[in-house]
Write a new protein. Structure first.
Length: 255
């Protein structure tokens, strides 16, 4: 067996990151580059009454004049801009069928009861309403958020797809992953997207799912759970979920 060639790791030979704060001090973080690319592609979904968590930056940036009402959700009253105070995992006070779109970026990782949160999102969307969600796959932790709300999960395309599919139905869910080993390394070192070439950012490697993005549409008519073809055939739903993930992953793989 040939001995491995020694690598010159240079600035990467260190046990602490080159920077901190996800790269915000250097420019646009790598995950935000992917989040904004996803939202830009689905900008037409951001319309009507739109809900976003903590702020309405992406609602304004990508929704523009299509948005008739902007709402901001926060878990407690510490955010003076919030128009709704609720825990997504237990938000009975938020009326059902209220929103045309929910922009939910990098939020589910901080909610322990993800199934409960997704069920709430499905309930409060109008029939035909759209959830645009992003979650981390490969990421450092955020001490600020961890100490305030808790930080519980990292996802894969399959886990996000199954979670969304349980409430929305897998036929109404599409999931894609972003990232590769270089982009993931840059993100973990808190380097910014501007330090990578476009082709380095755009290359997708399913083995290194740095960021996951899901689009889920609330059916205009949803049979009661347990009705034939909806919740009664869980195995069928799971097989569908695996099937669409396989197709989505194949489509995302570079040729």
């Amino acid at each position: 067996m040939t001995a491995p060639t020694a690598l010159e790791l240079g600035d990467l030979r260190r046990v602490t990151p080159i920077d901190s704060g996800f790269g915000q001090g250097r420019g646009k973080p790598v995950d935000r580059h992917y989040i904004e690319a996803f939202l830009r592609r689905h900008a037409l979904d951001i319309r009507g009454r739109v809900l976003e968590v903590a702020e309405d930056t992406y609602t304004q940036l990508f929704g523009g004049s299509r948005v008739t009402q902007r709402d901001i959700l926060h878990v407690d009253e510490s955010n003076p801009r919030a128009t709704l105070i609720a825990d997504l995992a237990d938000a009975d006070d938020v009326p059902s069928d209220s929103f045309d779109c929910f922009v939910c970026t990098q939020t589910l990782t901080y909610i322990y009861d993800v199934p409960g949160a997704v069920a709430t999102i499905h309930r409060i969307l109008k029939p035909g309403g759209v959830l645009l969600a992003t979650v981390p796959g490969i990421s450092q932790m955020s001490p600020y958020d961890r100490d305030r709300w808790g930080e519980y999960w990292r996802f894969t395309a399959q886990s996000l797809g199954r979670r969304l599919g349980e409430s929305f139905g897998s036929e109404n869910v599409t999931v894609e992953s972003y990232g590769n080993v270089l982009a993931s390394t840059a993100f973990l070192q808190s380097l910014c997207a501007g330090g990578l070439r476009r082709d380095e950012l755009d290359h997708r490697d399913q083995r290194y799912q740095m960021l996951l993005a899901g689009r889920a549409v609330k059916a205009k008519y949803a049979p009661p759970r347990g009705a034939r073809g909806f919740g009664a055939h869980r195995g069928t739903q799971e097989r569908r979920c695996r099937g669409w993930f396989t197709l989505a992953a194949a489509a995302a793989e570079p040729s």
